[in-house]
Design a protein around this ligand. Structure first.
Ligand SMILES: NC(=O)C1=CN([C@@H]2O[C@H](COP(=O)(O)OP(=O)(O)OC[C@H]3O[C@@H](n4cnc5c(N)ncnc54)[C@H](O)[C@@H]3O)[C@@H](O)[C@H]2O)[C@@H](O)CC1
Ligand SMILES: [K+]
Length: 215
């Protein structure tokens, strides 16, 4: 799967897989989380203290599911939640419910980010649509100032996945697990600088032409 795609293609392939083929969004989210979780374990990071920084879109949902997988593995993990949980997507709301079942601590203390050994960036993925400001920018600056290794989910938050441009401020990640196909913005110089090692995760989402072939 060497091809790289645009934001619009990613969103179109997601929607086709969910709405036409019928794989539920939560199943795709679980596969995205499993792929990220396995990459975190394989990347051999110091997992003494993991903080997942999540917003309330589906990128955040991926991260909250990663937090649960780490918790079940016995790893000290907590979630730094950005935004109003009441405004979360249905999938992310479900992931928060599951995370609560496993008693995963939720914090809003920026110092927890500073003291982490690994930070998972689950703030924005392909849904980033404007410059990052306010508490989102504060969190990204804290992530970049921390000594921790940083793992980005799908797209380093703040990077435009089409152009590689930094929209205000962006996470500088050591590795990125991006779903289905690489993103054209992560092939640019600035995109590469922010993504670190890019792992492309096969989560069951394919381009139309491949779908025709598979049928
Ligand atoms: N659609 C699906 O079924 C799947 C999506 N996946 C994940 O979902 C992500 C896309 O999720 P979403 O479309 O919910 O969007 P994101 O989670 O990328 O972004 C969250 C929300 O933030 C808001 N936002 C955008 N720019 C902002 C800014 N500068 N400041 C503050 N808020 C801002 C937007 O309302 C956006 O919906 C992908 O990147 C991937 O991580 C994966 O779970 C795979 C399956
Ligand atoms: K992200």
């Amino acid at each position: 799967m060497s091809k790289a795609i645009t934001i619009a293609e990613a969103q179109r392939y997601d929607a086709h897989t969910i709405d036409v083929i019928g794989i539920p969004a939560l199943v795709l989210m679980e596969r995205a989380a499993l792929a990220t979780f396995n990459n975190i374990l394989n990347d051999d990071f110091d997992l003494t203290r993991v903080v997942v920084v999540a917003a309330t879109g589906n990128n955040g949902g991926d991260g909250i599911a990663v937090a649960r997988l780490l918790k079940i593995r016995g790893i000290d993990v907590e979630i730094y939640l950005l935004g109003d949980p009441a405004k979360a997507t249905p999938q992310t709301t479900q992931q928060l419910k599951i995370a609560n079942y496993y008693n995963i601590p939720i914090t809003s203390d920026l110092n927890h980010i500073v003291n982490a050994t690994v930070i998972v960036d689950a703030i924005f993925g392909v849904g980033l649509s404007r410059a990052v400001t306010g508490k989102f920018a504060d969190a990204i600056n804290a992530i970049n100032a921390a000594d921790a290794k940083t793992v980005a989910i799908d797209v380093p938050s703040g990077i435009n996945a089409d152009t590689g441009d930094v929209l205000g401020v962006a996470v500088v990640a050591d590795s990125t697990t991006t779903m289905a196909y690489n993103k054209i913005g992560l092939l640019t110089t600035v995109g590469k600088q922010h993504a670190g090692t890019v792992h492309v995760a096969d989560i069951g989402i394919y381009a139309q032409d491949r779908l025709e072939h598979a049928r």
